[in-house]
Design a protein around this ligand. Structure first.
Ligand code: SAM
Length: 311
């Protein structure tokens, strides 16, 4: 298969995925650039390239030469990002890989400059959340999809297996531990009583019957988040990835991590603390979006940015 950057057109996303709504607003962009301060003759690594919002801004930050290496576990996102970055073809390399592979793959790649910084913007993009093909949405066409939720082919399980095979207690613990979902026991019981639960709409109906009271968020949001995290092994990946990256980083390299819920942020905070003798903390308290950003992009509301520099 041709390398995604070998395609010529400027921004051919609509040609690649004509029927899809391709959109993602980079979160805390101004704050990321203020901390990162991309400098000439440095390499920057975007471990969660997504639709290249942050990466494009990093490449546009200075007219001087910099190199960018992008990783994403989702091949579709990588293709779209590559096409969005096609004007920087000479300066960009992409890897279809998880960010825990950064030390391994970068050591094998010829990099042009010392590494100035690494960015991890965790979770999924609006594009993945909204596109029914990912099986992550409970809107429209998404309701008709089978429960799956795998972001890449390296996942060892699927939402279907978890929902239909896990014991009631294990399911309840999952919803509680991974999303602080307060109806976890009730939902787990209902799931086991109604097996098989195959389609998103069946799962959403169970969530709705458990949580009848009105709430700011949809009744299926938290249980689905817990499922996505476990299916994609997101916590283990984050723990392993962060530990390996911190160990591997060179002095003066920065590491910025944006998390979106307490489980993720706890892991980031603890791993940074564990390595505090090797790291300088660039912000004592996590940076959160301004009211203006939250108004413009409500999905940014739970974002927290933590940043360190290797000593
Ligand atoms: C929040 S989005 C990033 C958005 C991006 N910063 C932008 O501005 O367009 C997160 C992206 O990270 C990818 N991702 C999630 N976990 C990953 C992992 N462990 N390794 C590599 N990519 C990952 C997802 O597929 C998704 O495309």
């Amino acid at each position: 298969m041709a390398h995604p950057l070998e395609h010529n057109e400027q921004d051919k996303n609509e040609k690649l995925f004509p029927e899809k709504k391709i959109h993602h607003q980079p979160v805390l962009l101004k704050e990321v650039l203020e901390i990162l301060q991309p400098q000439k003759n440095h390499t920057y690594i975007d471990g969660t390239l997504g639709l290249a919002g942050h990466s494009k801004a990093i490449l546009n930050f200075t007219p001087d030469p910099i190199q960018l290496i992008g990783f994403d576990r989702d091949f579709n996102s990588l293709e779209i990002a590559s096409s969005r970055l096609s004007e920087f073809r000479q300066s960009v390399k992409t890897h279809h890989a998880r960010f825990s592979e950064i030390p391994n793959l970068i050591d094998k790649t010829k990099i042009q400059f010392p590494i100035g910084g690494i960015l991890l913007d965790l979770g999924i993009s609006s594009f993945q959340l909204d596109d029914p093909e990912y099986g992550l949405t409970f809107n429209g066409e998404g309701l008709k999809k089978n429960l799956d939720m795998r972001l890449d082919e390296w996942c060892s399980t699927s939402a279907d297996k978890i929902i239909n095979e896990w014991a009631e207690k294990k399911l309840a613990d999952l919803f509680w531990d991974y999303s602080d979902y307060k109806h976890s026991r009730k939902l787990a019981k209902l799931i086991t009583q109604n097996r098989p639960v195959k389609k998103m709409e069946e799962f959403v109906a169970l969530c709705k019957s458990v949580q009848k009271s009105k709430s700011r968020i949809h009744p299926a949001t938290l249980p689905l988040m817990a499922l996505r995290i476990i299916v994609n092994d997101e916590y283990k990946e984050l723990e392993k990835g962060l530990r390996d990256i911190v160990k591997w980083m060179e002095p003066a390299s920065k590491l910025l991590v944006i998390s979106f819920h307490s489980g993720e942020d706890r892991i980031v905070k603890n791993i940074f603390k564990e390595h505090k003798t090797q790291l300088k903390f660039l912000n004592m308290k996590p940076i959160t979006p301004s009211q203006k950003e939250i108004k413009e992009n409500p999905r940014s509301r739970s974002a927290k940015l933590r940043a360190v520099c290797k000593i």
